[in-house]
Design a protein around this ligand. Structure first.
Ligand code: DGL
Length: 263
């Protein structure tokens, strides 16, 4: 069982930011990455719709032997991870926006959280804010359209820049000195966000923490691969696999083959 792959999924390509951290931390493991591109974005969907998709993708990963599943999507984590944990026999690692480290880091006492509409609609994020950001003003900012720009591979064109300017302006105006990237697509936009907001603003995401948590869980369950050989990544898409291969290769940094998955 320890030689089984780790399953990773997202609505699309955003989870690649998490997969990079996972592969860096666990280079000997095999990974299955499913982009639910046929149903992307999740950000405008209801919790029930997102949960239905999370179930379908989880079942596809389990059918391919996943020993643990990383929900590399904040929106799906917020909408569906409790259901997934209750219904399936493997461990799930989810995303948790970096609200706690942001609250510890702010000097101005104001932090901004950039996320999808569906992630901000879920109770889970607000609970996190209540429990870990007491005494700090947290401003949440939905960012419609940003996921779609990343899906197109447009990480710094004029349309993407205009959206980043629009969504960060109110946070800066309110005095935020820490921004939390609460969607796994957004770390691809980190250089652009940094350019737009300037060097005084800290920008946080949680990909590395998720990789650490995954390693700890596999270790505790006796499921870490013991091998000197590097593992491999297999890529799947419920959308247009050829189109995904082009953009995913750019975002991943080397050529990937993507298998089409019927949903
Ligand atoms: N990467 C997903 C997240 O972390 C994006 C959700 C979407 O498809 O809108 O929230």
């Amino acid at each position: 069982m320890s030689i089984a792959p780790i399953g990773v999924f997202d609505s699309g390509l955003g989870g690649i930011t998490v997969l990079k951290e996972l592969v860096q931390r666990l280079p000997q493991e095999d990974f299955l990455y499913i982009a639910d591109s046929g149903h992307c974005p999740y950000g405008g969907k209801s919790a029930d719709e997102i949960t239905a998709r999370a179930r379908a993708v989880t079942e596809a990963l389990l059918a391919r032997g996943a020993k643990l599943i990383v929900v590399a999507c904040n929106t799906a984590t917020i909408a569906a991870i409790e259901t997934l944990r209750a219904e399936y026999p493997v461990s799930f690692v989810g995303m948790e926006p970096a609200v706690k480290p942001a609250a510890a880091r702010t000097y101005s006492g104001v932090i901004g959280v950039l996320a999808t509409g569906a992630a901000l609609a879920g109770e889970k994020l607000h609970k996190l804010i209540r429990e870990h950001a007491g005494g700090v003003r947290v401003i949440t900012q939905p960012c419609p359209g940003l996921v779609e720009r990343v899906e197109l591979g447009d990480l710094n064109g004029p349309q993407t820049r205009a959206l980043v300017e629009e969504y960060t302006a109110p946070l800066l105006a309110a005095g935020a000195d820490v921004l939390v990237l609460g969607c796994t697509h957004y770390p691809f936009l980190r250089p652009l966000v940094a350019e737009v907001v300037g060097p005084r603003i800290a920008i946080l995401d949680t990909g590395e923490a998720v990789a650490r948590r995954t390693e700890a869980l596999l270790q505790a369950e006796g499921l870490l691969v013991v091998s000197p050989l590097p593992g491999k990544v297999q890529w799947f898409s419920t959308g247009d696999a050829d189109a995904m291969a082009i953009i995913a290769s750019r975002l991943w940094g080397k050529t990937v083959q993507v298998e089409a998955l019927s949903d």
